[in-house]
Design a binder for this molecule. Structure first.
Ligand SMILES: NC(=O)c1ccc[n+]([C@@H]2O[C@H](COP(=O)([O-])OP(=O)(O)OC[C@H]3O[C@@H](n4cnc5c(N)ncnc54)[C@H](OP(=O)(O)O)[C@@H]3O)[C@@H](O)[C@H]2O)c1
Length: 355
């Protein structure tokens, strides 16, 4: 059972393959008290986010009520809240039907549904649930794993969406192999900082592309080579790579194919965030079109939430092969500042919200 990491309504526990960017309104009851949560009742700049007192969610079948201690900020929240038209599909064209925000979470289990086998109250968990920018969230059992003991809640909350994306891009779409030369364009952001470490854990030779202030960070994550894009054009270095993760979406196919072997694979992860307009779509579609008929394989994908991959990440985290990089931390009441910061496009690792 899995679901895509993209804006869209949160599935109910009985509903299989859907998305997590936003959740459908969580069932609420007044009998269980209230909580603070971040909501947006219209689309717009991050200032539309409001901290409100709402009913605490109640658990449905296969669900776990988590007292959220931390969440993190992903571009999916940027698009879900700012609402360029392509991102409104499924959540109301004029105003959001689902007003909750947030996906990543780390916290402590407060209660479980009767059919939940794996978790019990008191367990410390990490995973994904719609409406995670709140004091409580109901997560499906198959979207949670135990939090590795060596991670704080804030570190754990930095992991799910970004690290699942990096893992699946490299392993499933990129078919990474030991010794592969892997180029990561956008190595210093949320997805990139995980991608560098995961690519190294597969035994690849990694080149990361970032700006001057992040060169040391990317090197410290294990990158064998770091290209400062303000000083050097990675497409003109004469190096050829077997696999490229295009996270930044900063260059056209005709430019970056100079840095690829003839049989290379390019995994398109994302592109420049914009406030309105088409966001990363022109880059993604343009690259797919330009690559038609070429030997290099270009793949766009949307990461999926799978329990199996959350478990893979758990193992990498527990053994110290993967370490979240946290840039800034914000309180729940500062969610609009957190989202605004991410929207500037220069986060160093993850932006975390603590609750
Ligand atoms: N396909 C999927 O399933 C999926 C899932 C998650 C995210 N995404 C997409 O992936 C993209 C990145 O997500 P994220 O969470 O990593 O975002 P992020 O944390 O905001 O990434 C910001 C990073 O991008 C780097 N960057 C900006 N301009 C660059 C350039 N010209 N060249 C190289 N690096 C540059 C910045 O480094 P400097 O400050 O050094 O410039 C910064 O570290 C977004 O478009 C997002 O929508 C896709």
């Amino acid at each position: 059972m899995d679901s895509s990491i993209a804006p869209g309504p949160e599935p109910s526990s009985a509903d299989d393959a859907t998305s997590v960017g936003r959740s459908a309104p969580t069932p609420v009851t007044t009998r269980r008290g209230t909580m603070k949560a971040i909501l947006h009742d219209r689309y717009g700049r991050p200032g539309v986010l409001k901290l409100r007192e709402v009913d605490k969610p109640i658990i449905g079948d296969h669900q776990v009520l988590v007292r959220v201690h931390a969440s993190s900020v992903n571009p999916t929240e940027w698009y879900g809240v700012t609402g360029p038209y392509f991102a409104r599909i499924g959540n109301g064209l004029r105003k959001p039907k689902d007003t909750t925000v947030g996906a990543d979470l780390a916290g402590r289990v407060e209660a479980v549904a009767g059919d939940v086998k794996e978790f019990q109250p008191g367990d410390e968990v990490l995973g994904i649930s719609g409406g995670a920018w709140a004091e409580y969230a109901c997560a499906r059992e198959d979207r949670l794993v135990l939090k590795p003991a060596n991670l704080s809640f804030e570190e754990a909350a930095a992991v799910p969406v970004a690290a699942l994306t990096a893992l699946q891009a490299l392993r499933d779409k990129g078919r990474i192999q030991p010794g592969h030369k892997v180029l990561i364009n956008g190595a210093s952001g949320g997805v990139g900082t995980f991608a560098v470490q995961i690519a190294k854990s597969f035994g690849a030779e990694v080149t990361g592309v970032c700006s001057t202030r992040n060169v040391e960070l990317v090197r410290s994550l294990g990158a064998d080579h770091v290209v400062d894009y303000t000083q050097e054009d990675f497409t003109k270095r004469g190096e050829r790579h077997d696999l490229m993760l295009d996270i930044a979406g900063s260059r056209s196919f005709f430019d970056f194919r100079r840095a690829l072997t003839p049989e290379a694979t390019v995994v398109l992860v994302g592109g420049r965030m914009t406030y309105r307009g088409l966001g990363p779509l022109p880059h993604l579609l343009g690259t797919l079109v330009k690559s038609r008929g070429r030997r290099q394989k270009v793949i766009f994908f949307i990461a999926k939430i799978t329990k199996a991959d959350l478990a893979v990440l758990h193992e990498l985290l527990e053994t110290g092969k993967l370490k979240p990089v946290i840039d800034r931390k914000y309180q729940l009441s500062e969610a609009s500042e957190a989202l605004g910061y991410l929207g500037e496009g220069h986060a160093r690792g993850k932006v975390v919200i603590y609750v």
